[in-house]
Design a protein around this ligand. Structure first.
Ligand code: ZN
Length: 269
């Protein structure tokens, strides 16, 4: 694997984003590798709990939209350089929404360990996890309104934060601190940065002593309760709302996001 590391020890699988030099910006290879790791952890009966964590200063800067000549960046351009919404929709259905939705439903507890900035596409990785442990420096944000998009592909915001805080996050683009995220229930524990991995691992090991079928059924009970309240339908319809944003951007500029690069870059230093 190139951008993700996988280990399995004593009932706990640990998946680590390993592109810390690029703030774990997500390219297609990373997402495919991440999905492979989750599939492996799901099918391996010796795994009872799955931890997702990230190397480096920041959990993830979101999707790697990179430069035009960056072979690792995500580009959905046609051969002639134009962009078409049908292709973008199909690709994002699978690689963004589809992967995230699959991870959300794996019948084993998943725990994310988040430090530094977790921007936009980072939330596609964090929202589907069952529990979240954050370092004191963790910052959660989705500033894509700057690009004339209404939010990232996996719209957990309203469920996780409540309607008014979700609007606050999206309208202002500001980052929610670890403490704030804990107050609204998104984050379970806020811990010192240098204890993040150990504390997350300890939580995973505690949970791993429980009966695996009991864990699977508990997860199913909570997820099913959300789903009958419309969780899946809402995510699906907001995914389509997201694509009116891409379509609008293409109609104005030929590019799937209306970028204000200066402001985007100021979000990650
Ligand atoms: Zn998108």
């Amino acid at each position: 694997m190139k951008f993700v590391e996988y280990s399995n020890k004593d009932l706990v699988a640990t998946i680590t984003l390993a592109r810390g030099d690029k703030a774990n910006a997500q390219n297609e290879t990373m997402l495919d590798e991440l999905h492979e790791c989750f599939l492996e952890a799901e099918r391996d009966d010796s795994v009872r709990v799955i931890v997702l964590r990230a190397q480096g200063k920041h959990f993830s800067a979101g999707h790697d939209l990179g430069g035009e000549n960056d072979p690792d960046a995500v580009s959905l351009a046609e051969a002639d350089g134009t962009f078409h919404l049908d292709k973008i929709y199909r690709w994002e259905s699978k690689k963004y929404f589809g992967y995230s939705w699959y991870w959300r439903n794996i019948p084993k507890p998943t725990i994310a360990a988040v430090q530094g900035k977790a921007i936009a596409g980072a939330l596609n990785l964090i929202f589907p996890m069952d529990l979240i442990v954050a370092a004191e420096d963790a910052l959660f944000s989705d500033p894509v309104v700057l690009m004339a998009i209404g939010g990232v592909e996996y719209h957990g915001h309203t469920w996780e934060l409540g309607a008014r805080r979700a609007k606050d996050m999206l309208f202002t683009g500001r980052a929610f601190t670890a403490e704030e995220a804990q107050q609204v229930g998104l984050v379970r524990d806020v811990v010192p940065r240098d204890e993040l991995w150990d504390r997350t691992d300890a939580l995973a090991r505690e949970i791993s002593t429980r009966h695996p079928f009991g864990l699977a059924q508990a997860k199913r009970a909570v997820n099913q309760t959300l789903d009958v309240q419309g969780y899946y339908s809402a995510l699906q319809s907001v995914f389509d709302v997201h694509h009116t944003g891409h379509g609008n951007a293409i109609s104005h500029s030929g590019y799937p996001i209306l970028m204000r690069l200066d402001e985007m870059k100021s979000n990650l230093k």
